[in-house]
Design a binder for this molecule. Structure first.
Ligand SMILES: Cc1cc2nc3c(=O)[nH]c(=O)nc-3n(C[C@H](O)[C@H](O)[C@H](O)COP(=O)(O)O)c2cc1C
Length: 201
């Protein structure tokens, strides 16, 4: 929180554009009064698709390789309007990707075909009104040993639960502690950047 302003509140401009998008002035306005009708401008397709998955690395992963994956991902994600974060713990990747539906679908197909990891399991796949990692084209999350235990617990839970059995395309794992932790790391990073007078990025 900077200057006592709660950064989680939507910007007035965002609220206004949401309202303008939701309602438009009717063109059949004969009585001189403005009629509001539900506009098609604001629909589910305008929302951001946010996916959280977990996968197993097929080989030992050095820091350099992890950074290589992330830096190549950044270049491609910037072009596709994709943002997110990547975590590597105990031979498992945990990644959040967020963006428009079509690029996210294409990325998921590429990720599923990538032999550097296997057993890609979607923990969460949902539409959100705004991104949680909007300034990261792909950030690498590093965590303390203490926090690692929570992540490892969740990785094992995801291994044992049959997450694909009940596939209704909603949230499989809405309360993922790992996701909340990744979000927290991002938010802390952004506040630090602001405090140092840097533009968050
Ligand atoms: C753990 C992991 C995370 C990745 N994250 C991304 C990503 O965020 N964006 C991306 O474009 N590629 C990412 N890649 C690389 C893709 O799997 C794939 O190699 C790349 O998109 C090129 O795909 P293409 O050869 O089908 O064009 C990742 C790979 C791994 C192993």
């Amino acid at each position: 929180m900077a200057n006592g302003i709660d950064k989680t509140l939507p910007e007035p401009r965002a609220v206004l554009s949401w309202l303008i998008g939701r309602y438009k002035v009717s063109s059949s306005d004969t009585a001189g009064s403005i009629q509001l009708e539900e506009a098609t401008l604001f629909s589910m397709s305008d929302l951001i698709r946010q996916v959280l998955y977990i996968s197993k690395s097929t080989r030992a992963m050095s820091d350099a390789e992890l950074h290589d994956i992330a830096s190549k991902a950044r270049l491609m994600n910037e072009r596709q309007g994709i943002t997110g974060a990547l975590l590597f713990v105990e031979n498992s990747f945990v990644q959040v990707i967020e963006g428009a539906d079509a690029p996210i679908e294409r990325l998921l197909a590429a990720l599923r075909a990538d032999i550097r990891h296997r057993d890609l399991t979607i923990l969460m796949d949902r539409k959100v009104a705004s991104r949680d990692f909007k300034n990261w084209s792909m950030g690498i999350i590093t965590i303390s040993e203490e926090k690692k235990a929570d992540v490892v617990r969740e990785i094992h839970l995801a291994d044992t639960a049959d997450l694909r059995a009940d596939n209704d395309e909603s949230e499989f794992f809405p309360d993922s502690q790992t996701f909340l932790m990744m979000k927290h790391v991002y938010e802390t990073n952004q506040s630090l950047q602001l405090a140092r007078g840097h533009r968050p990025g």
